[in-house]
Every structure is written in C-alpha cells, then in structure tokens.
Design a protein around this ligand. Structure first.
Ligand SMILES: Nc1ncnc2c1ncn2[C@@H]1O[C@H](COP(=O)(O)OP(=O)(O)OP(=O)(O)O)[C@@H](O)[C@H]1O
Ligand SMILES: [Mg+2]
Length: 337
C-alpha cells in the first residue's frame, strides 16, 4: 500500500509543459530522491506536493487522502529549502516553536527541546540566525519542519549551499534523523553522488518526465537509456556501429553500448592477455590522466572514439600519457541501450 501517490500529474507555465504526466508512489518511511538537471521540474513537483503550486491535471494523495485541492497548511507536509528562510528576529528556540505556538498545541517546550537535541543544537537555543553557521541554520530549518510532525518531509536542495565537508556531515545526520523518526521523505538534488548515498529510491527526471526509478544500485548498474547512463554513472556510450568497428566481429545488437569506466581494464600492448577470455580488446593511446582524489581517470583515444577508464589510485604501475594500451572490455558488463 503506497503512502504517497502522484497520479498522472501535469503542470505547465505559459506554453511550457514542466511536469508531463508524472506518476509515482512511495512507501511509508521511504527516503526518495528526485534527481535531474537544472530546469527538469524537480522543485515544481515538490512545490506541487506542498501545495505551493496548483497542478493542471492529475491528483496527489498522502496516507489515502486526496490533497490535490487542500491548502498547504491542511496537507500536513513539512518543507525545507536551500535558503534557510528562518525568522531573523527570532532565536533558535522561537524559530522552532513558532509553528506549534500558531497551532496552540500542548507540550511545546518538550517538543522543541526534543528537536533541538535531535538536530544537535543544544546550547544554541538563544542564538539568532545571523550568529549561526550555514549548517547550523539548516539544522534549525529542519527542526522547525520536523517539530510539526508532518506526514511527509519535503527537502529542496537543503544542502546545496553548504561547503563539501559540512554537507557530507549533514547528509549523514539527515539520514539518521529520517530513519529514527521513520518519516517519509522526498529529497531534491541534482548531485548524483548525494542521491546515491541518501536514498532508498531514486526517481531520475528529464524534461518533466520520470525516466527511471529504482534503488541507487539498480539505477547505477542498469540504466534504461542513454540519458540515465550519462547522467548517473559517467558511462562510456557509443553507437553499435562504432563498437563493431572497434572490437570487430561483435555479436551485439541494439542502438548503443554503455560501459562503466570502472569495469574497463588497461594492459600494455605487449602484455600476454590470453587469460582474459570473455573480453573484447580495443587498442588505443592514453590521451590524458586526471585524478579526483582516490580515483585515477584515464582518457583513452581509439580510432573511433575516446573511452574513460577509472582505476582506484593505488601505488604502483601507472600508464603515462601517450602509452600504447589495450582496453579490456568484459562482455557481460556491456549494456545495450
Ligand atoms: N513561476 C514560474 N513561472 C514560469 N516558469 C516557471 C516558474 N517556475 C518554474 N518555471 C520553469 O519551469 C521549469 C522547471 O523549473 P523547476 O524550478 O521545477 O526546475 P528544477 O528541476 O527545480 O531546477 P533547479 O535544479 O535549477 O532548481 C523551468 O524551465 C522553469 O523556468
Ligand atoms: Mg529547483
């Protein structure tokens, strides 16, 4: 039984369709991520769920209730934005307590204190937003949303304004809090790595359409089309014609071949590769070597197209620029699109 249902939702601005017949479902407690390039409609979908935008067609259900025409307040969702949007003239405690005071609920003090503890802001209760770091301000924004005990938590790029280290730290914290409260969460990002680490399920969006959904591992290892292959895993993608020329007598059929850079292996042209059966070999030259921390990325030029090959950066043999190499391509790692 799904907890959140988006059913054939379409929305446009002027003559532009921004959400094109989107349907998706979430289970209770799931951490789902909308992932896609700038302008693909992520925020519009999130804002439509929150009730900050009206949809043109379709319906949205939470916990069995059709909320499509309810006001934002009636929907019982909490939202956190990239800009923290705290009340500047209120301290941390009052920022978090504000919604509860408006609702005139009981136990305000106990609930606010519990949240302050949960987001690790004990000792900062009397501080004002301008006295806090970006990461701390975002913790307040999160606490302010969670204290209302929403049915669904909506997060629109909440970590994008933070520097890399604080961002990694808050990713972990957010995940811990989400699991602890078992709160159904929809997170928006255009960062593939962030989506992979955070999510139970990813919805990849392109131009107002959900092009693929699945667990991070499913999306990464079995992209359904060229867009997902290129967007998610930095796959090498080449046409079947080109691939046939490179490997000669390939039996592959389809339109394109996608291969992850980390499944490829490089060997010198003079190396004995007779033990590497079940592989294709492509000859080429090392055009470039770059390093992204723990990963060495080779760009290998072949007669037809360039391939990226990724290695974990161990001590030991490295190929120099210009080296003549063979790319070893495991047959069972080639994805036909
Ligand atoms: N209020 C608006 N009026 C007109 N067009 C809009 C409005 N809001 C969004 N759009 C358009 O809708 C499209 C989707 O916007 P949206 O903000 O949902 O993208 P996004 O995926 O969140 O992008 P980003 O990653 O840059 O935040 C864009 O082309 C945008 O210009
Ligand atoms: Mg956006």
């Amino acid at each position: 039984m799904s907890y959140v249902t988006i059913d054939q939702v379409t929305k446009g601005y002027d003559n532009q369709v921004v959400l094109n017949n989107i349907s998706l479902t979430l289970k209770k407690g799931e951490f789902a991520t909308l992932l896609g390039q700038s302008g693909c409609g992520k925020s519009t979908l999130l804002r439509s769920i929150a009730g900050l935008e009206d949809v043109d067609v379709g319906s949205i259900l939470i916990d069995g209730i059709d909320i499509t025409n309810l006001s934002p307040r009636q929907r019982e969702v909490g939202m956190v934005f990239q800009s923290y949007a705290l009340f500047p003239n209120m301290n941390v405690y009052d920022n978090i307590a504000y919604g509860l005071k408006m609702k005139k609920v009981k136990d305000i003090n106990a609930r606010v204190k519990k949240m302050i503890e949960m987001v690790d802001l004990i000792g900062k209760e009397a501080s004002y937003p301008h006295q806090l770091s970006g990461g701390q301000q975002q913790r307040v924004a999160l606490a302010r949303a969670l204290v209302m005990e929403p049915k669904v938590l909506l997060l629109d790029e909440p970590l994008s304004a933070l520097d890399a280290k604080i961002r990694k730290n808050l990713q972990k914290e957010l995940k811990r809090i989400q699991k602890e409260l078992d709160i159904t969460t929809i997170f928006v990002t255009h960062d593939q790595e962030e989506a992979m680490t955070m999510s139970d399920r990813i919805f990849v969006m392109n131009k107002g359409i959900v092009v693929q959904s699945g667990s991070p591992s499913e999306i990464y290892t079995t992209p359904v089309n060229t867009f997902v292959a290129k967007f998610i895993g930095n796959y090498n993608v080449c046409s079947i014609e080109v691939f046939h020329k490179l490997v000669r007598n390939s039996e592959l059929k389809g339109k394109e071949v996608a291969i992850r850079p980390e499944v490829l292996q490089l060997v010198s042209t003079d190396e004995d590769t007779s033990d590497l059966q079940d592989n294709w070999r492509i000859e080429g030259f090392i055009k470039d070597v770059s390093m992204t921390g723990n990963v060495l990325r080779y760009e290998v030029e072949t007669v037809e197209s360039a391939f990226h090959v990724d290695y974990l950066h161990h001590r030991g043999k490295m190929f120099e620029q210009g080296a003549h190499v063979q790319i070893i391509v495991p047959k069972n790692e080639c994805i036909i699109l």
